[in-house]
Ligand binder design. Sequence first.
Ligand code: GDP
Ligand code: MG
Length: 166
Amino acid sequence: KSGFISIIGRPNVGKSTFLNRVIGQKIAIMSDKPQTTRNKVQGVLTTDDSQMVFIDTPGIHKPKHKLGDFMLKVSKNTLREVDVIMFMVNAEQKLGKGDEFILELLAGNPTPVFLVINKIDAIHPDELIGIIENYKERYNFAEIVPISALQGNNVENLLATLAKYL
Ligand code: GDP
Ligand code: MG
């Protein structure tokens, strides 16, 4: 099994931390130049039975000028072509404008979307159910997976679930 996974989400939700954990190198941070690069491969994870190509999808935020507009179009097309979209959010933050913008972009896109709730180490476990309910109201996610990219909680489970969609 092999396939492409796009990780999207507001800045600082933990996208690079996740990639660094699963790829085990500093690739993600080094290539982290939003709006200047296009659909870059950020890392490839090869296991016994799967290969996952993680790609960066820049420009997934409100464009401020014409180039941003173009980037957004490119990114939207990319999101139709990947096997899975990982929409990462920060468990500590309320669903905000940046998230709404991304969810609107995803509307009508047939690609399965995982809601990955990161930084669960930073919240009380009781808060998780409310967070999940909030996001569920906004989009029909294929899967909802809470993780801590920093500490590694549930990351193996996320990878196993991703593999099912390849
Ligand atoms: P990106 O902009 O989405 O790539 O976010 P980064 O990976 O650069 O992470 C932004 C900040 O959040 C950094 O200070 C990380 O150490 C922190 N961070 C990332 N994942 C976690 C997590 O699971 N738990 C906590 N507590 N902090 C995290
Ligand atoms: Mg980053």
